[in-house]
Design a protein around this ligand. Structure first.
Ligand code: KG4
Ligand code: ZN
Length: 331
């Protein structure tokens, strides 16, 4: 079979990224220009500033991705880009750029769902991984437990009823004075704390849904009432409780579906405590756990180019009417 080279563009939030991927699995380049230092001073992403910085960065990032892969524009077979979910202005930069490239190069265009991209990060990190498997998507905007049946067919088994887990990490971090993005800061500080030192509430449902607003509020109230609370202990206890909730539903789903393969995806899956506890679970219950390379957990274009490849070979095509869809769902 002939090789298919996809160029991926990601601009849904605060990373401008362009990647070149061969046959959906082999990353030839993955350039990520992060705006974190720009947004840090505001304590979170400022949408208008994000859009403007995507515009400034996108041409340079594209040229650098081509240079690193040692390719010219004409070597690209398919142009892929994130078209949702995300910030509308930020998404529009990538979508417009991708449409222009596709038109000028006369190459097919495929709009990619950002969440599908997070799942596809696993295909890059684990070249042998093929559906079916269970995927736990934990990011700044999503907490979904999904049965991946084929490359393009999914069933959502459970999802958060309120906050996404990444939002809870970022909010807790902000309240205790850690800088944006809070997830990695909590990860680091928690290593010095005792995970059993502070009791926090866990929320469970009959089905496989999640809820993180209860624990978030409990941490905020506790810290406001007692600002001398040891921050490391608080971070460690918070991580333990949210990980217990993630593990509980994942184990239940794996048993119900008799699936022995569980993949993690999304920015929060970079968390070292969550990864460690999932790997322990895998060993004790003979379940194979897939944790994508840390760089591929947070937003990047290689995962978009990989998901775009599978969409493409399954016949998906977008045209120049492609638009940003800020609240795009998985299904
Ligand atoms: O997937 P992502 O890069 O963007 C979205 O699509 O939302 O996820 C960003 C989220 C943020 O909430 C960030 O704090 C969190 O991922 N995150 C982490 C870690 N690294 C990033 N959360 C916990 N531990 C980490 N090491
Ligand atoms: Zn993301």
């Amino acid at each position: 079979m002939e090789n298919i080279i996809t160029l991926g563009i990601e601009s849904s939030c605060d990373e401008t990224s362009v990647a070149i991927v061969k046959n959906g699995r082999e990353v030839l380049s993955n350039v990520i220009n992060t705006q974190i230092p720009i947004h840090e001073q505001f304590g979170g992403v400022v949408p208008e500033i994000a859009s403007r910085n995507h515009i400034k960065a996108i041409s340079g990032v594209t040229k650098e991705a081509l240079r690193q892969a040692n390719f010219s524009m004409n070597d690209i077979d398919v142009v892929t880009c994130t078209y949702g979910p995300g910030l509308v202005g930020a998404l529009l930069v990538g979508v417009s750029y991708a449409k222009a490239l596709s038109y000028c190069l006369n190459k097919p265009l495929v709009g990619v769902n950002h969440i599908m991209g997070h799942i596809a990060a696993n295909y890059i990190s684990y070249p042998e991984l093929e559906p079916p498997f269970l995927c736990l998507i934990v990011s700044g905007g999503h907490t979904h437990l999904v049965h991946i049946k084929t490359y393009t067919d999914f069933e959502i088994l459970g999802k958060t009823r309120d906050d996404a887990i990444g939002e809870a990490f970022d909010k807790v971090a902000r309240v205790i004075g850690l800088q944006y993005p809070g997830g990695p800061k909590i990860d680091k500080l928690a290593k010095q704390g005792n995970e059993n030192s502070i009791e926090l509430p866990e929320t469970y449902f009959e089905n496989l849904d999640f809820s993180f607003s209860g624990i978030k509020t409990a941490v905020l109230n506790l810290y406001h009432k007692n600002p001398d609370t040891d921050k490391a202990n608080l971070c460690a206890s918070f991580e333990k409780v949210v990980t217990d909730m993630l593990l509980n539903n994942t184990k239940k789903a794996a048993k119900q579906l008799k699936i022995k393969r569980v993949a993690l995806a999304g920015g929060v899956s970079a968390n070292s405590y969550i990864r460690e506890k999932f790997i322990e679970y895998g060993k004790s219950e003979d379940v194979k756990i897939y944790c994508p390379n840390i760089l591929l957990c947070t937003d990047n274009a290689a995962m978009i180019a990989s998901a775009g490849y599978y969409d493409y070979i399954n016949g998906k095509r977008s045209d120049l009417t492609l638009n940003a869809v800020p609240n795009l769902k998985i299904q």
